[in-house]
Ligand binder design. Structure first.
Ligand code: ADP
Length: 184
């Protein structure tokens, strides 16, 4: 199974990603986690990415696509869940081209529908280094401008499934499983 998770920062992608990969035995690929690992390891890439992440901006498509390509080449045989990627139209198009070449098209894009007031509340209580009020505002603006257009992009492919991302973690997981079980 090959899945993309789409949603604003704080929409619950990371939390639900853990439950999804456990149930379906697929690999979790989070570009946020990959980037934080580069930062922690102090690599050149990490140094470039850190300032951008701390300011709430998007790391360049080139860097992110390079990371994804490298991860794909390591093999993702049973399937994968992409979390935090694609985040721009250029990333989505590059992903489609990459997967077409591998003859492994996406099965489904899950969009987590949560309103911005709820998201801001959640991010403020999460307390990660990039979760202060200014950065949150910036990340949500970037999301609106660069990532939200992917909703209609995936709608156009007929692969978009919207899941209401409000409720308990278990309730939301169940909604997701209902959608994904139909794709097995
Ligand atoms: P969140 O779920 O709060 O959006 P992530 O862990 O997905 O957090 O990402 C943290 C930061 O890493 C983003 O704010 C951005 O700077 C960078 N990042 C992650 N994924 C991408 C991507 N696909 N393209 C560009 N930047 C990214």
């Amino acid at each position: 199974m090959r899945i993309v998770l789409l949603g604003a920062p704080g929409s619950g992608k990371g939390t639900q990603a853990e439950n999804i990969v456990a149930r379906y035995g697929i690999t979790h690929v989070s570009t946020g986690d990959l980037l934080r690992a580069e930062v922690a390891a102090g690599t050149e890439l990490g140094k470039k990415a850190k300032a951008i992440m701390d300011a709430g901006g998007l790391v360049s498509d080139e860097i992110v696509l390079g990371m994804i390509e490298e991860r794909m080449n390591k093999g993702l045989s049973a399937g994968f869940l992409l979390d935090g990627f694609p985040r721009t139209l250029a990333q989505a198009e590059a992903l489609d081209a990459m997967l077409a070449k591998l003859e492994k098209p996406l099965d489904c894009t899950l969009f987590f529908d949560v309103d911005f007031d709820e998201i801001t509340k959640r991010l403020l209580s999460r307390g990660r280094a990039d979760d202060n009020e200014d950065t949150i505002r910036k990340r949500l603006a970037v999301y609106e401008e660069q990532t939200a257009p992917l909703i209609s992009y995936y709608e156009g492919t007929g692969k978009l499934k919207t899941v209401k991302g409000v409720g308990s973690v278990d309730e939301i997981s169940q909604r997701i499983f209902d959608v994904l079980d139909a794709h097995r």
